[in-house]
Design a protein. Structure first.
Length: 594
């Protein structure tokens, strides 16, 4: 039976906990008389209907009808049990928790597991930080990061660290700290195929914090370029961490976000940290460029304005457009920061200093100006076809706007920018599909002979089958690596899948966005459209993985056999090498038979 907390403890928590302070960490509250009002944190809304009465220690939403006391609120927001919510509040306010006689206190296994993994990540991040700042091994990584303009104070604030080259070191270290092998194997710190091998090796480490400042995940950046390894390697979703529901540096930024009523979304860890070092403390990063609705929900109650600071490359521009549409659909004003003289905020900080970066932030342009400028460069607006294309590309932005006045204003801005007649633009806006069809009819047929021919090998077909059943990739990635492929096109597509997995955009749209090879993108689209791999998804994916592993092992065996044939056994060392090669061949043969 779960522990029953005494009435005395419950009353102490209810009377001591500041309900306005607690709820104010999740949504912006403003006083109206003796009560407080804000937008409901439980459902999206633009007009404040969420009501907190401090005297009654009670909250209520007139929109979705959620209501209760501070304990109920914490249960709903953090997905805690009744006992966990009380214990959390008691700890925060220094209240001794007492339990009634005759009841045995039992912890919720899931809650305890989450706390245990947070402890593991806190300890691991602490050791990585020590390695970076206090050891000979970390000196080159420390020089790298200080050369990029970060101060020791910033490095300490964000607990940046260094993962040593030795991949077995971390497992040995954590076992000595009394973490069990089984616990560590499921922690996300080690390879699934080789559980003694750490995922992070010779990387600059970025701890990822929850809103309370506890380390729940890690990101690691390459210090030496390794072609078959991603530049950034990030923790997968874990019991204590959901990538799409977390914002990097929100724990540091939340106070400044509330005070300034604005937030900067930037692309990566270094961009975000550079803003903070320059005193722009309301910057966060969505852990990859794929901004999610849940991440917008985190900042939505506190801000009137969102500034976007994504890279100027193709992927960054697509991320900017996607973010603009999502933010406008949420009713938020959106601006774009345009950096000049450097590719990212860190470079601006080093080359020109904090004042220049601050100036770029203050001079951020409205998203409508940004989009129209971008479209004016992408399309030949001195021709009717170019103007039509640019207008059609701008219409989704107008669709996302939540105000009819703003829609009207932006249509007028479009007309003025491209010298169009308002009546014609409004007709095309109201009849977008017909306008698109007319434009398609006017365009000449594409010269298919210009497309690069791609040979559809068995390996490539296997990767296409995996993409067709992309929800199975989480299983596939534990079985395959880039080394299992020989076909370059298959390798490129498999790399795209891993990139999508790492940045949280694992979907067909994500694959097409990340794939820079137009011929490969067209092939993926064609396969999905024809439904070639629609049937028997489980069997099809398993058969593809089995075939790829078999081919990879056969190539390994061929290489070993070639070395055996070329080896001339003369010395004892030669014999030892031959024995090792024969042993390796036996292991490969055993795997092929299994």
């Amino acid at each position: 039976m779960a522990g029953r907390i005494s009435k005395k403890t419950i009353e102490a928590v209810q009377t001591t906990a500041d309900i306005v302070q607690i709820i104010g960490e999740y949504t912006k509250l403003e006083p109206r008389g003796s009560d407080w009002w804000g937008c409901c944190p439980f459902h999206g809304e633009k007009t404040a209907s969420f009501h907190v009465e401090p005297d009654k220690r009670f909250y209520y939403c007139f929109g979705c009808h959620a209501g209760g006391d501070v304990i109920k609120f914490l249960m709903e927001q953090e997905k805690l049990t009744y006992v966990q919510a009380i214990e959390s509040l008691a700890k925060r306010y220094g209240i001794q928790v007492e339990y009634e006689d005759g009841y045995e206190v039992k912890e919720d296994p899931k809650f305890k597991l989450i706390q245990d993994y947070i402890e593991l990540y806190e300890r691991t991040a602490g050791m990585f930080h020590y390695m970076l700042t206090q050891t000979e091994q970390g000196k080159s990584a420390l020089k790298y990061i200080t050369d990029r303009g970060l101060s020791l104070e910033t490095i300490d604030k964000f607990k940046l660290g260094y993962a040593p080259q030795d991949r077995k070191w971390l497992k040995d270290f954590l076992l000595k700290k009394n973490f069990s092998k089984e616990f560590l194997e499921n922690s996300g710190l080690f390879s699934k195929k080789f559980p003694d091998i750490a995922l992070y090796s010779n990387r600059l480490m970025f701890p990822i914090f929850n809103r309370d400042g506890k380390v729940v995940a890690l990101g690691g950046r390459q210090l030496v370029n390794e072609p078959n390894s991603p530049k950034y390697l990030n923790s997968p979703d874990l019991i204590q961490y959901k990538k799409g529901e977390t914002l990097y540096a929100f724990n540091f930024a939340k106070k400044s976000i509330k005070e300034n009523k604005k937030v900067i979304f930037c692309e990566g860890y270094m961009d975000c940290i550079a803003y903070h070092q320059c005193g722009i403390n309301y910057a966060v990063a969505p852990l990859g460029t794929a901004l999610t609705e849940e991440q917008i929900k985190i900042i939505r109650p506190f801000v009137d304005e969102v500034l976007l600071s994504f890279d100027s490359d193709g992927a960054g521009q697509k991320a900017t457009l996607r973010a603009i549409l999502m933010l406008r659909a949420s009713g938020l004003t959106c601006k774009v920061i345009r950096l000049e003289g450097g590719k990212d905020p860190a470079e601006i900080m080093i080359n020109f200093g904090a004042e220049t970066l601050t100036g770029y932030v203050l001079n951020a342009i409205l998203d409508s100006d940004f989009l129209l400028s971008k479209l004016g460069k992408e399309y030949p607006i001195d021709t009717p076809e170019g103007k039509t294309k640019a207008s059609l590309a701008f219409f989704p932005y107008i669709d996302a706007l939540q105000s009819d006045i703003m829609k009207e204003s932006c249509l007028e801005q479009l007309c003025q920018t491209f010298n169009l007649k308002p009546e014609a633009v409004k007709r095309d806006f109201q009849n977008r599909e017909q306008a698109r069809n007319r434009l398609k009819f006017q365009q000449p047929e594409k010269d298919e002979s210009k497309n690069t021919s791609i040979k559809l090998t068995a390996e490539l077909r296997s990767v296409l089958a995996i993409i067709a059943h992309i929800d199975k990739y989480n299983i596939v990635r534990n079985e395959l690596t880039l080394q299992d492929f020989e076909d370059p096109s298959a390798q490129r597509l498999f790399s795209v899948l891993e990139e999508c997995y790492q940045d949280g955009s694992l979907s067909l749209t994500g694959v097409l966005t990340h794939c820079k090879d137009e011929s490969l993108s067209n092939l993926v689209t064609s396969v999905i459209a024809t439904g070639e791999f629609n049937n028997d998804s489980e069997d099809l994916v398993q058969a593809s993985v089995k075939m790829l592993k078999k081919r990879s092992l056969e190539r390994q065996r061929d290489r070993v056999m070639a070395r055996i044939r070329s080896l001339n056994v003369v010395t004892p060392d030669d014999q030892n090498q031959m024995n090792a090669l024969l042993s390796e061949k036996m292991q490969i043969d055993k795997k092929l038979k299994s």
